[in-house]
Design a protein around this ligand. Structure first.
Ligand code: PLP
Length: 392
């Protein structure tokens, strides 16, 4: 038994707990079924059969064919692979289009490509985090290899119109990748129907363990492996498969399909209860980003006159996990690049906290946060008001 005090976990966009049914199914692959799925004997083959099943399960989650799935180590690898493949298979095209609000798994990879001589267009967003699709269209050039666009923003939950963007790309002969890492288990994914060429997911955002992800590559799309080695994943990703985690990912995908409607409805109601409660009970608060279109689990709130760092510290003391959505370096919080791109002042960005709910949150937990938070904000405002006023 753990003697850890109760945890009020509101950071499901960062990672999720492993579902009990998922843990149960993966454990035998760490204990007795530890064979290499590529081995010629039946002890290995047997493991290979479980990999096939997991591939079918994750393919069902995103409505594609199992052979269109490549298992990877994480969402970051999937994003890097899609972008690198688009460039490698179209060497005459050296331009990529993405947005200013992507995850660093895309942004930093693109920045490293720029250093190698590729050109990157970072599309801006408006104050709600939305893209101007005419600007996107204008950014496409004869040498554009790929548009890489996140489906849901990890900080605000804002959804981009990926279907329209994929259609636009298709009409211009440009490949389209979507980072759907934050979407899995929250809204329905029909990748084939969505019309994208590549789609990334990560297991640990959907109650599977860390260290497993997938890349969907639409059939007949030219593909260049990123990890080169053994012939695993039909020659598309070298490296012995992380079998236990892949099997777990498959089961998590199955559970996500089974519970999608009920879970996302329940989570949305809790998120709305939390958001409305904060906005009503605490003065000088406002939401970052639009009410819709948005993930059902995410709310990002600015608290006028207080640093998120202080809020998160006092929340932590109360056992509540939330996040500022920005990287914490040397003890000071950089203002979030997402909120900054949306036109927030640095002070507002630094006073913003993301709460991201999940399947295991309860109404009592939401009430607990709503009970604690007003006093936390009051205390911080009394002690250390920000000098710069924060516009709502
Ligand atoms: N893309 C988005 C939108 C994310 O939120 C994350 C993780 O937070 C990633 C990519 C990276 O996924 P992973 O942690 O599996 O590398």
């Amino acid at each position: 038994m753990s003697d850890r005090p109760p945890l009020y976990y509101f950071d499901n966009n960062a990672t999720t707990c492993i579902a009990p049914a998922v843990l149960e199914i993966m454990l035998p692959f760490l204990e007795e079924n530890w064979g290499n799925p590529s081995s010629a004997y039946s002890f290995g083959h047997e493991v290979g059969r479980h990999l096939d099943r997991a591939r079918q399960q994750v393919a069902a989650l995103i409505q594609v064919e199992p052979r269109e799935i490549i298992f990877t180590s994480c969402g970051t690898e999937s994003n890097n692979t899609a972008i690198a493949s688009a460039l490698a298979t179209r060497p005459d095209r050296r331009h990529i289009v993405t947005t200013a609000v992507e995850h660093s798994a895309t942004l930093k990879f693109c920045a490293s490509l720029e250093k190698q001589g590729y050109q990157v267009t970072l599309l801006p967003v408006n104050h709600e985090g939305a893209l101007d699709l005419r600007e996107l269209e204008r950014s496409l050039r004869p040498d554009t290899a790929l548009v890489s666009i996140m489906w849901a923003n990890n900080e605000t939950g804002m959804l981009f119109p990926v279907r329209e963007i994929a259609a636009l790309c298709r009409s211009k002969g440009v490949l389209c990748h979507t980072d759907a890492v934050q979407v899995a288990g929250k809204i329905r994914i029909e990748a084939k129907e969505l019309g994208v060429d590549f789609l990334s997911l990560s297991g640990h955002k959907l109650h599977a363990p860390k260290g497993v992800g997938l890349l969907y590559v639409k059939r007949h799309t030219k593909f260049q492996p990123y990890l080169i080695g053994g012939g695993q994943e039909r020659g598309r990703r070298g490296g012995t498969e992380n079998v236990a985690s892949i099997v777990a990912f498959g089961r998590a995908a199955e559970l996500a399909i089974e519970h999608l409607e009920t879970t996302s409805g329940r989570v949305r109601a809790l998120r709305d209860q939390l958001e409305a409660g904060i906005l009503r009970r605490i003065s000088g608060t406002s939401r970052n980003g639009p009410a819709e279109p948005r993930l059902p689990n995410t709310t990002n709130i600015a608290f006028r006159g207080v640093e998120a760092e202080g809020i998160l510290m006092l929340l932590d003391q109360a056992g509540i996990c939330a996040s500022s959505g920005s990287a914490c370096t040397t003890g000071s919080l950089d203002p979030s690049h997402v909120l900054t791109a949306m036109g927030c002042t640095a002070a507002r960005a630094r006073s913003s906290v993301r709460f991201s709910l999940g399947a295991y949150n309860t109404a009592a937990e939401v009430e607990y946060v709503l009970d604690r938070l007003p006093a936390i904000i009051e205390k911080l405002r009394a002690n250390a008001p920000l000098e710069e006023p924060v516009a709502n």
